[in-house]
Design a protein around this ligand. Structure first.
Ligand code: ADP
Length: 576
């Protein structure tokens, strides 16, 4: 039965019960009222008239008056004859009253009339008794009726009370539980109601919805699985080794190429933490040693790694990509893992080696002819060779300048190729900072004078000796000084300072030139880098070589500079 019909029936039944109880009550109360009214009208009034007639008779007996009163009450009694024999007794009173009017003091008539009135009273009292019994019976029947109908109403009401709320609430509860299950992604949840009411229809709709959700979920799952397979295949077929880590540094995937160069097996690494694998694998150790703890996707590190695999040396550039997501409803990005990609840069490295060798050979080969040009120039300048006029002298000076530059460039290129091939030959020994400084100042003296730049030297007294290759360190100092002179204004000042810093000796060259933009500061030690807009006469190699020289000696090189405020180039070397 439908819930609506059930509710209508239940409420209808209650309504009917109220009607039934009230009609039974009204009917029985009416019956009782009728019975009592019956007694009142038919008998009580007669007793009243009889009493009044007796009083009037007393008055007649005493004063021969009161006939009027008697006659009035007798007339009323005549109108109210209700019991059997009452009419006859009333007739007797009428007859005896007529006789009494003629003879008011006749005691016999008085006695007869009193007897007649008593007869009427007796008849009515019997009637009252009888009617009272009838009323009692009516009340008993009314009680019975009320008890029966109340019992029926009580039983029906109890049945409704017990059944109706649970009939409605139970399916709702069951449905609520099922919806909770669905919300918890238990899509196999179904609801079964036997009845074909509204809840049955609701259950059918719910089941259809759950079925569709299950279907959708399954199809999404299979789609995801296909996508996962596709991505796995893609990663496996990449020519670059790739390793994926989750946020706890556990290995999520490792492609075939990475397995090949590391000599690992997929089943031995996937699911394990990178640290565990690193314990037994050098390559993985070198790959994970500096993985940043947290990242925003921008901190990728590139560095080259040499790997010996497949009987040959290969060079890879490591790139770590931080994978971050923005969880729904949150503002902070969250790191969910990292991907290590190794780019095979062996062909570039090979090309680089070829280029370095080429440069080394060419610069080495060029050195001899340039030196001989310089010698020839010296001979030309010699008066014994013959006099030259002013114009010829100018040409000779210009050739000299160019050949000096050429010699400097070939020297730098040679140094560079030595650095690149790792062939720097250092002769580290005990050296005094003063000697290095003297050597460098001597080399740039002419250049400074030409530009009228004042070199202000400030060296601490009693400086310790240092562990250094004097020639190479002086080369760095010369490079700092020539740059400072080049980028200083005409007649500017350059401060050269050497001081002690704990266990180090600190060399610095400060100029008052245009300074270096912060954008380029980190790049000026890179090879071939020149700040855009600066003098093109250099090679962009000087600072790169300086860095290699100082670092090869275990020192540290750097620069402090602000645009428009000049630059301070410095390096530190350990004391002997
Ligand atoms: P270069 O041979 O071009 O001078 P360096 O490696 O010595 O090569 O210098 C690299 C770049 O650094 C230069 O091109 C120049 O722009 C900048 N630089 C070096 N020293 C200074 C300095 N003292 N003041 C301003 N810029 C400088």
């Amino acid at each position: 039965m439908k819930i609506k019909a059930k509710l209508t029936l239940g409420i209808g039944l209650l309504f009917f019960m109220i009607l039934l109880l009230s009609s039974v009550g009204i009917r029985n109360i009416n019956a009782l009222k009728n019975d009592s009214e019956n007694i009142l009208i038919a008998n009580y009034n007669t007793l009243e008239y009889a009493r009044n007639m007796l009083l009037a008779l007393d008055e007649i007996q005493l004063k021969a008056g009161g006939f009027e009163d008697f006659q009035k009450n007798l007339d009323k009694q005549k109108q109210n004859v209700t019991e059997q024999g009452e009419g006859k007794a009333t007739g007797h009173i009428e007859h005896h009253l007529q006789l009494l009017k003629a003879n008011p003091h006749d005691a016999t008539l008085h006695l007869l009339i009193r007897k007649d009135i008593s007869e009427i009273m007796r008849l009515n009292m019997i009637a009252i008794q009888r009617k009272s019994d009838i009323a009692k019976e009516t009340a008993r029947t009314a009680n019975l009726w009320i008890v029966v109908s109340s019992t029926i109403c009580f039983l029906l009401g109890m049945t409704l009370l017990v059944n109706l709320p649970s009939n409605i609430a139970n399916p709702v509860k069951e449905l609520t539980n099922s919806i909770r299950e669905i919300a918890a992604k238990n899509y196999s949840q179904r609801v079964y109601y036997k009845s074909k009411n509204e809840f049955g229809e609701l259950a059918d709709s719910f089941n259809t919805m759950a079925e569709k959700l299950e279907e959708y979920n399954n199809s999404n799952l299979s789609k995801l699985l296909i996508e996962k397979k596709r991505i796995e295949t893609l990663i496996n077929n990449m020519h670059e080794p790739v390793i994926g880590l989750d946020e706890n540094k556990s290995i999520l995937f490792i492609n075939n190429e990475a397995l090949k160069i590391s000599g690992l097996r997929s089943e031995d690494v996937v699911g394990k933490t990178a640290q565990e694998v690193a314990a037994s694998n050098d390559l993985v150790r070198s790959l994970i040693y500096d993985l940043s703890e947290q990242g925003d996707g921008s901190n990728q590190q590139n560095e080259s790694i040499k790997i010996y695999a497949d009987d040959k040396e290969s060079y890879f550039e490591k790139e770590v990509v931080n994978i971050t997501i923005l969880p729904t409803g949150e503002k902070e990005k969250k790191l969910i893992g990292q991907v290590i990609v190794l780019k095979n840069i062996t062909p570039f490295k090979e090309l680089d080696f070829a280029k370095t060798n080429f440069i080394a050979t060419v610069s080495h080969e060029l050195k001899t002819p340039i030196s001989s040009i310089k010698m020839s120039l010296q001979l030309l300048e010699n008066a014994q060779t013959g006099t030259v006029n002013t114009e010829q002298q100018q040409l000779i000076d210009s050739i000299k300048e160019d050949s000096d530059r050429l010699l400097k460039i070939t020297g730098e290129l040679l140094n560079m190729s030595q650095v690149e091939t790792g062939n720097i030959q250092l002769s580290i020994q005990e050296s005094t900072p003063a000697r290095i400084l003297e050597y460098a100042l001597e080399a740039v003296k002419v250049q400074a004078e030409q530009k009228q730049v004042e070199l202000i030297v400030d060296t601490e007294e009693n400086l310790p000796t240092i562990k250094a290759d004097t020639e190479k360190t002086a080369w760095v100092m010369i490079n700092f000084l020539t740059n400072a002179i080049r980028y200083s204004n005409q007649a500017g000042q350059i401060h050269v300072q050497i001081k002690r810093l704990d266990n180090l000796v600190h060399f610095s060259v400060k100029d008052e030139g245009k300074g270096i933009d912060s954008r380029y500061r980190s790049k000026i030690f890179n090879r071939y880098f020149q700040v855009p807009g600066s003098a093109k006469s250099g090679t962009g190699l000087g600072l790169a070589i300086s860095k290699e020289f100082i670092e090869a000696q275990g020192g540290h090189i750097g620069v402090n500079s602000e645009i428009g405020m000049g630059s301070t180039f410095y390096f530190d070397l350990a004391k002997f």
